[in-house]
Design a protein around this ligand. Structure first.
Ligand code: SIN
Ligand code: FE2
Length: 217
């Protein structure tokens, strides 16, 4: 039907790509909710602005971060951890907006993980040149829940590796609206993001926003 064809050309329909056992890329899954997502994000960011955190080794991260949810991921000279409070303001992190919670739940379910109830959402902001070195998400105590990772704004190259830092990595393009889910046998796979290329996104301009949902306990 012509209507279907036309839609297929103008707005990528959600599609899935297996990355590994327990890992899937759900392209375009967040697109239908982008307006509500961006409105909710603006409120979170107004209450808890982006900041560049310092690693335990003393390096300032190129990615700016903030959080919402019961706990937020933080790093400083004392280490990586989850904290109920924003160290900049002394206030609890903003609550996780229902639209974010629902998207994380639905993406996890589409990835084969039922009943995902994240208590943390790390919000990463990349500008051109910013990157995330290969790492495992392992500051959580519960590895039975998956990671749900939402991409908004400028496209990025996602590096998805193995259980050892030196394992070969696959490269995937992450575009606005794409959602990656990894859990089960993939839960502790190394991953990262290559330096962001220059560009201008129609909605988010010169930046990429990533939402990483986790169940920490
Ligand atoms: C992360 O692994 O913390 C970020 C992944 C991403 O930005 O896509
Ligand atoms: Fe990560």
């Amino acid at each position: 039907m012509t209507g279907d064809l036309f839609e297929g050309l103008t707005q990528a329909r959600p599609s899935r790509q297996a990355l590994a056992e327990g890992a899937v890329l759900l392209r375009g899954l967040a697109l239908a909710r982008q307006d509500a997502l961006l409105a909710a994000l603006r409120e979170v960011i107004a209450a808890a602005p982006f900041r560049h955190m310092v690693t335990p080794g003393g390096f300032t991260m190129s990615v700016a971060m903030t959080n919402c949810g019961r706990v937020g991921w933080v790093t400083d000279r004392r280490g990586y951890r989850y904290d109920t409070h924003d160290p900049e303001s002394g206030q609890p992190w903003p609550a996780m907006p229902p639209v974010l919670l629902q998207l994380a739940h639905d993406a996890a379910e589409a990835g084969g993980f039922r009943d995902f109830k994240p208590d943390a959402c790390l919000i990463n902001r990349y500008v051109p040149g910013a990157k995330m070195s290969l790492h495992q998400d392992k500051d959580e105590t519960d590895f039975s829940a998956p990671i749900v990772s939402v991409s908004l704004g400028l496209p990025a190259t996602f590096l998805f590796g193995g259980l050892k830092r030196n394992d070969k990595t696959q490269r995937y393009r992450l575009a606005h609206g794409d959602v990656a889910v990894w859990g089960g046998p993939s839960r502790l796979l190394y991953h990262g993001v290559a330096p962001l290329a220059e560009g201008e996104h129609p909605l988010l301009k010169r930046q990429r926003i990533n939402l990483t949902f986790r169940k920490t306990v």
